[in-house]
Write a protein that binds this ligand. Structure first.
Ligand SMILES: [Cu+2]
Length: 273
């Protein structure tokens, strides 16, 4: 059983194995298939049309399913690896060990945003950006320049306190926990972190940056924390909602699991705390 750990607690060996598994998925072409899938959903999920991966109630179960698939791919390379999570309320500066050369590498250089250290820098030759929205083939970041501050624990608490999972119109205009966590409304948690990292992370091809997985693993953990806090609140909507994934409907592209199947993460993985 995978235990998802806070990235700040990983040993040097755990970091090395995680990075090596990422590089092997990249080399084999399997990594880029995940980037392609995510971008296809970003492009097609719309507020007034069909929406599954984003700006909708299934944002959380869809990403849980997506991360599960990715974690299984990592484990097919190295069975000891599981996804770490990044608690950006604590590790909130570019000096965090997350961004050190032995892990994800740091911010991009001033001129063109190019990441110049770590295993994912263009100069290493192992991390070509193939699925892209412009011509630049190198990983880019501009930590803290698109927005200055990452969300605080108080911001997180204010969202975890919302007892209703989601509300009509079930999109980026909704009130409730899901849309505040996603960030289209209110203090803005998930979306703001994408913008804070910058580079590809601020685009539809955001999984090009390996930090995508650590960010979403933490968003996923916040969903689990919300469930513990509101045991009487469940996934909504329950049934009969056009263009939106109801509790018992399967989700594209897998069509093998419903939100109901994904509410409990413990058959698949647990968290360190
Ligand atoms: Cu995201």
């Amino acid at each position: 059983m995978a235990v998802r750990k806070n990235q700040s607690t990983l040993t040097a060996d755990e970091k090395r194995r995680f990075v090596a598994a990422l590089l092997e998925l990249k080399r084999s072409g399997r990594y880029d298939a995940f980037v392609t899938t995510h971008n296809a959903f970003i492009v097609s999920d719309t507020d007034n049309g069909e929406r599954t991966g984003h700006r909708s109630p299934s944002f959380l179960p869809w990403h849980r399913r997506f991360l599960l698939e990715f974690e299984r791919a990592l484990q097919s390379v190295d069975a000891s690896v599981s996804l770490p999570y990044w608690d950006w309320t604590v590790d909130r500066t570019p000096r965090a060990s997350l961004w050190a050369p032995d892990f994800l590498g740091g911010t991009g250089r001033e001129r063109d945003g190019r990441v110049t250290d770590g295993a994912f820098s263009a100069s290493g030759g192992d991390w070509p950006i193939n699925v892209r929205v412009d011509s630049r083939t190198f990983l880019r970041r501009s930590l803290g320049s698109g927005t200055r501050e990452l969300p605080t624990r108080a911001d997180v608490e204010s969202v975890l306190s919302m007892s209703t999972y989601d509300m009509a119109p079930w999109n980026s205009g909704s009130d409730g926990f899901r849309n505040h966590l996603e960030g289209w409304r209110g203090v803005n948690l998930h979306n703001r972190v994408h913008v804070w990292v910058g580079g590809q992370m601020a685009t539809g091809v955001s999984p090009n940056d390996p930090v995508f997985w650590l960010h979403h693993a933490y968003i996923d953990k916040l969903w689990a924390e919300w469930q513990r806090r509101h045991p009487g609140s469940g996934y909504l909507p329950a049934a009969g909602t056009p263009n939106v994934i109801d509790l018992d409907e399967t989700m594209r592209p897998w069509h093998d699991m419903t939100p109901a199947d994904l509410l409990d993460h413990t058959p698949h993985y647990t968290f360190d705390v």
